[in-house]
Design a protein around this ligand. Structure first.
Ligand code: GUN
Ligand code: ZN
Length: 443
C-alpha cells in the first residue's frame, strides 16, 4: 500500500474537504455544506483532532509526520448506509419478482444458509470488504434469525475497527420453519446479543423485527419490552414498501389505524427507530414519525428494482414536519453497495416526482442525515473536531468519462453531482476507519 499518512496514532490527510454541518433541506444549503479547497484533516487515536485550511494547520503537524495527500480528490465523512442486509449479499440481482414473492423465492432460502457459522464468517468478511470498497464506514444491518450470524458480523467489523449497528431478525410467523423463532426465544437471543455486543468496541445493537407481517403481536410486544429495557439500542424494521404488503398487513392487524400504528402500539417507534422504505406512508403517519423522532431509510435502487414505488423525499422532508431520513442500499433488494450510486438513484426518483435533489441534499442523506437517523451525529457523519475519524476519499477523475465531465465542473457541488450520477466503487480512492487506512483503490 502507498504511504498511509499514519504515524504514532496520528493520521494526516490533505485534499479538498467537503462536509455537511446541518440539514440543507431545512437550512440555507450554503451554510449547511462547507468546502475547504486545500484542507487538512488531522486524526489522533481514531478521532478528528483538527480540520481546516492547510495554510493554517500545516504548521501544527509534528515534523516528520507523513501526509496522505490527495490532490484533486474530495475528502468526506465516511458514508452511512442506513439499511442493508448482509445475509442477502450473495443474492443481489435476482430476477423477476416483487417484494412478497421475492422474499419467498430468493431472500428466505439465502438466509437459511447463515445457520452455518463458517458461511456467516465468510460472508461477513465479503460484506465488510464491499462496504469499505464503496467508502461506507457505518451501516445499520439486518442479520439472519440466527444469533451466530450476528456474532460473525460484529466480530468481523470489530477486527476492522468499524462502527456497525446490527441485529438478529425476529420472525415467528409467515416464514419457513427454519427461519422462525418464538416471542420468548427472539427476546432471549436478542437480549443476550445486546449483552455481548452493544457498546462493545464500536458495535451497537438494533432490535430487528423483520416487518409486521412476519411477527405475531406477541413478538412485537416482546420487542417493545426489550427496547424499554435497553432504550439506547436502535430498532430497525421495514414499513410501507409495497402495496400488496400494506394490504396484507392491514388484514393481519385489523385494529391498527395504519401501518405505522402497528409499530406504535407495540412501543417500536421513536428516536433511534429506523424504518426502511416508507414509500407509501400517509400524511398522518409522516406527522407521527416527525413528532416521535422516528427515522426513515430511503432505499432508491431497491424501490426501482423491486418495482415498489417512488419515495417522495420533498414531502417527507417538508420543513413544516420534517422526518429524519438516511439513505439505504438495501442489498439484496437494492442493486449496489455504493452510496454514490444510491444518491444518483435518489436523484432519478426525485425527478420522477417532479423535484430535483441537489448534490448537497443527496450528500447530506448519505452522511450527516444518516448519522442523525441513527442518533449518532455527535460521533459520525461530519468532518469536525471531536468526531470519529471515518473518512472517504472520492476521486472525480476515476474514469475517463468522469474526467471529461469533471473538466467542465464549475463548482465542487457540480463535481459532487457528476460523482453521484456516474460514480460507484471506482470513485472511492481510499477509506479510513477510525483514522486508519482500511481500503485503497488499486492503481
Ligand atoms: N420487507 C421485509 N423483509 C424485507 C427484505 O428482506 N427486503 C426488503 N426490501 N423488504 C423487506
Ligand atoms: Zn430491507
Amino acid at each position: 500500500m502507498a504511504a498511509t499518512g499514519v504515524s504514532n496514532g496520528l493520521t494526516v490527510l490533505r485534499g479538498t474537504l467537503i462536509t455537511c454541518h446541518d440539514d440543507p433541506f431545512l437550512t440555507d444549503p450554503a451554510k449547511a455544506f462547507s468546502v475547504e479547497s486545500d484542507g487538512i484533516v488531522l486524526c489522533r487515536d481514531g478521532m478528528i483532532e483538527a480540520v481546516g485550511p492547510a495554510a493554517e494547520l500545516l504548521a501544527s503537524v509534528p515534523a516528520g509526520t507523513p501526509i496522505a495527500s490527495y490532490p484533486g480528490c474530495l475528502i468526506a465523512p465516511g458514508f452511512i448506509d442506513t439499511h442493508v442486509h448482509y445475509v442477502q449479499t450473495g443474492m443481489v440481482a435476482s430476477y423477476g419478482k416483487q417484494l412478497l414473492d421475492w422474499l419467498d423465492r430468493y431472500a428466505f432460502p439465502t438466509e437459511i444458509e447463515f445457520a452455518n457459522e463458517a458461511h456467516a464468517a465468510r460472508m461477513a468478511a465479503t460484506f465488510c470488504d464491499e462496504l469499505l470498497r464503496n467508502g461506507t464506514t457505518t451501516a445499520l444491518v439486518f442479520c439472519a434469525v440466527y444469533p451466530q450470524s450476528v456474532d460473525a458480523l460484529f466480530a468481523e467489523a470489530e477486527r476492522r475497527g468499524m462502527r456497525l449497528v446490527a441485529g438478529k431478525v425476529l420472525m415467528d410467523r409467515n416464514a419457513p420453519e427454519a427461519l422462525r423463532d418464538t416471542p420468548q426465544k427472539g427476546y432471549d437471543d436478542s437480549k443476550a446479543l445486546i449483552g455481548r455486543w452493544h457498546k462493545h468496541a464500536r458495535s451497537l445493537y438494533a432490535i430487528t423485527p423483520r416487518f409486521a407481517g412476519t411477527s405475531t403481536p406477541e413478538q412485537l410486544d416482546a420487542a417493545g419490552a426489550l427496547w424499554r429495557e435497553h432504550p439506547d439500542v436502535c430498532v430497525h424494521t421495514h414499513i410501507a414498501e409495497n402495496r400488496r404488503e400494506i394490504e396484507w398487513t392491514a388484514q393481519l392487524f385489523p385494529s391498527a389505524k395504519n401501518y405505522l400504528d402497528v409499530y406504535d402500539r407495540h412501543g417500536l417507534i421513536g428516536r433511534r427507530a429506523v424504518l426502511a422504505h416508507g414509500i407509501h406512508l400517509g400524511e398522518e403517519e409522516l406527522c407521527r414519525c416527525h413528532e416521535s423522532g422516528t427515522a426513515l431509510s430511503h432505499c432508491p435502487t431497491s424501490n426501482l428494482f423491486l418495482g415498489s414505488g417512488l419515495f417522495r423525499v420533498g414531502a417527507v422532508k417538508d420543513p413544516k414536519r420534517p422526518v429524519h431520513v438516511g439513505l439505504g442500499t438495501d442489498i439484496g433488494g437494492g442493486t449496489s453497495f455504493s452510496l454514490l450510486a444510491t444518491m444518483g438513484a435518489a436523484y432519478e426518483i426525485a425527478q420522477l416526482g417532479g423535484r430535483a435533489l441537489s448534490a448537497v441534499e443527496a450528500f447530506f442523506l448519505a452522511t450527516l442525515g444518516g448519522a442523525r437517523a441513527l442518533a449518532l451525529d455527535d460521533r459520525i457523519g461530519s468532518l469536525a473536531v471531536g468526531r470519529e475519524a471515518d473518512l472517504t476519499v472520492l476521486d472525480p477523475n476515476a474514469t475517463p468519462l468522469l474526467t471529461l465531465r469533471n473538466a467542465r465542473a464549475d463548482s465542487v457541488e457540480d463535481t459532487l453531482f457528476a460523482l453521484m450520477i456516474m460514480g460507484d466503487d471506482r470513485a472511492v480512492r481510499a477509506t479510513y476507519v477510525a483514522g486508519r487506512l482500511a481500503h485503497e483503490r488499486a492503481a
